[in-house]
Design a protein around this ligand. Structure first.
Ligand SMILES: Cc1cc2nc3c(=O)[nH]c(=O)nc-3n(C[C@H](O)[C@H](O)[C@H](O)COP(=O)(O)O)c2cc1C
Length: 187
């Protein structure tokens, strides 16, 4: 067989194996995540927290402005004031940005991408995670100073990260999603 032909065949094999590989770990992380409900107490290694924050920092942003700031709440009393269900060892990662946390579309969008990265990175590392926007009004009206948010910042979202009950996986814990057939149109 000619060398060129072999190279083309090799490229096709590699491309199809990437596109269709159901074991692809990146795709698995995107598809199998779920919002944890069964948090239990237990600590999170500092190196894992650093890796989770680094995933947030690596998010894309409009004009690469990276408008976010991350406040890592490890203090259990403060965590419970913000998310009353917080268990010992749960960490809240508050994502904040300039403004009121609501109206600057691009910044909010960028913060959402960073939030998603944090949420997924925690699960890739074996923790449970859940995104919250419910407590934002409470944070922004009462806890900015205690959290030490940067001047002029408001919280946009937070990710709760913690240990989860063993044996609860995406199959048993994720809620259903709309069917792809109803949500996409290929032209
Ligand atoms: C932007 C956003 C805000 C959310 N806010 C809250 C919240 O305030 N409280 C809460 O319990 N869950 C919150 N969630 C979690 C969602 O309820 C959860 O992601 C959704 O029900 C899907 O869950 P599943 O992936 O386990 O199926 C939020 C999720 C997102 C993406």
């Amino acid at each position: 067989m000619k060398k060129g032909m072999i190279l083309v065949l090799l490229a096709v094999v590699i491309m199809t194996s990437f596109a269709q590989d159901s074991d692809n770990s990146g795709l698995k992380a995107l598809v199998n995540h779920h919002a944890a409900r069964n948090f239990v107490s237990g600590s999170i290694a500092r190196s894992d927290l650093d890796a989770i924050i680094n995933a947030g920092i690596r998010a894309p942003s409009a004009r690469n402005q990276q408008p976010w700031y991350f406040t890592v709440v490890q203090n259990p009393d403060l965590a419970q004031k913000i998310v009353p269900q917080s268990q010992d060892g749960n960490v809240l990662i508050v994502v904040s940005s300039f403004g009121d946390g609501k109206t600057n579309g691009s910044q909010i969008f960028d913060c959402a991408l960073a939030t998603e990265n944090i949420y997924l990175a925690a699960q890739v590392l074996g923790y449970g995670s859940r995104i919250y926007t419910g407590p934002m009004d409470t944070i922004n009206s009462r806890f900015k100073a205690e959290l030490g948010l940067p001047s002029g910042h408001s919280a946009v979202a937070l990710v709760r990260v913690g240990r989860v009950q063993a044996g609860v996986d995406a199959v048993s814990a994720a809620s259903s999603r709309k069917r792809a057939n109803d949500m996409v149109n290929y032209k």
